[in-house]
Design a binder for this molecule. Structure first.
Ligand code: CAA
Length: 292
């Protein structure tokens, strides 16, 4: 079984910084890459803040936080990732972009390394076909926020080898996370169930059944969800929610997965949720306020 020591993470956004954080905190050396160098610098600041949050909550010692941060180094380009044992891609949820990344990475990454995608919905088999090593390709789907959430969804493509799966299984265990194995179908397990619920919550708002506040309070207090579905949609990013609904709609060819027109409109407006300061809530003030 492959011995994983150094891990490359491509994409220093919301998921990429959380994934880098988790690997570093569990003793792996991490090389963090992004198309935009400034995003790597920003991500290191976010990781430092989130490690500090764990220290403040007495979940980890301050020495462990310092050591973890020191284990993460920037990688300016793909050749800088050449010696990694595993590379996890966490770029935007767009198949063409991901295929381009894996195709380019194949040219310089050492031949024994495993490639993984953190895609939340896109075919692992399809992404693997853009690489030089479909047998060493796997889906490794962390939940947001990665340092907090206990689950990692693991998805085998049609060509993924048993060895790649076993190495991935050991890796997930070493992170103290629990694995759920999904077959390679659109949006896998978590988002196949979660996204239609979020989409339905947006329909509930669109049809005037309830206000943002009533819908979120309803699910928080009525179903014991830690966040209401609209708050969660803002947290995930409305562009990501729409992209996943589109994969479900097109991949399963069933109208029950049609994205709510209100979700489409918000994304068209650039109201992508927390990351842009506005979605179903406005985040410009001290506390989020509903926008409808
Ligand atoms: N690292 C990173 N972020 C952290 C963190 C850490 N160590 N600890 C807390 N956070 C974040 C929270 O996300 C939140 O962000 P803001 O600071 O921007 O507001 C904030 O810290 C709140 O932290 P609190 O300590 O006040 O809150 P909490 O610890 O009580 O709970 C939570 C936070 C764990 C996120 C909880 O609200 C929760 O479980 N929410 C639901 C999350 C969920 O369902 N995630 C899955 C989304 S689906 C997915 O990820 C799949 C996909 O492909 C779309």
């Amino acid at each position: 079984m492959a011995d994983i020591k150094t891990i490359g993470v491509i994409g220093a956004g919301q998921m990429g910084n959380g994934i880098a954080h988790v690997f570093a905190l569990n003793g792996y050396d991490v090389l963090l890459n992004d198309i935009d160098g400034e995003r790597i610098t920003a991500a290191l600041g976010v990781i430092e803040g989130n490690l500090g949050r764990q220290v403040a909550k007495a979940m980890i010692k301050s020495d462990a936080a310092k050591t973890a941060l020191a284990r993460i180094n920037p990688a300016g380009d793909f050749p800088a990732l050449a010696d990694c044992d595993l590379v996890v891609e966490a770029a935007i949820e767009n198949q063409a972009v991901k295929k381009e990344i894996f195709g380019t990475l194949s040219k310089t990454l050492n031949k024994d390394a495993i490639m993984a995608s953190n895609t939340s919905s896109i075919s692992i088999t399809g992404l693997a076909s853009s690489t030089d090593r479909p047998e060493k390709f796997i889906g490794l789907h962390f939940m947001n926020p990665a340092p907090v959430m206990k689950l990692v969804e693991v998805i085998r493509g049609i060509a993924t080898s048993k060895e790649t799966f076993e190495t991935t299984k050991t890796l997930v265990q070493s992170l103290g996370k629990t694995m759920a194995v999904s077959e390679d179908f659109p949006a896998f397990i978590v988002n196949r169930v979660l996204m239609p619920m979020i989409n339905e919550a947006i329909y509930t708002l669109y049809e005037g059944v309830g206000s943002v506040e009533s819908i979120d309070t309803g699910l928080k207090l009525g179903a014991n969800h830690p966040m209401g579905p609209l708050e969660l949609a803002d947290f995930i990013g409305l562009d990501t929610c729409l992209a996943i609904m589109q994969v479900l709609y097109e991949g399963l060819a069933d109208t029950k997965y049609r994205p709510c027109p209100l979700l489409v409109k918000y994304v068209e407006a650039g109201w992508l949720g927390k990351k842009t300061g506005r979605g179903f809530y406005d985040y410009s003030g001290a506390a989020p306020t509903p926008t409808r």
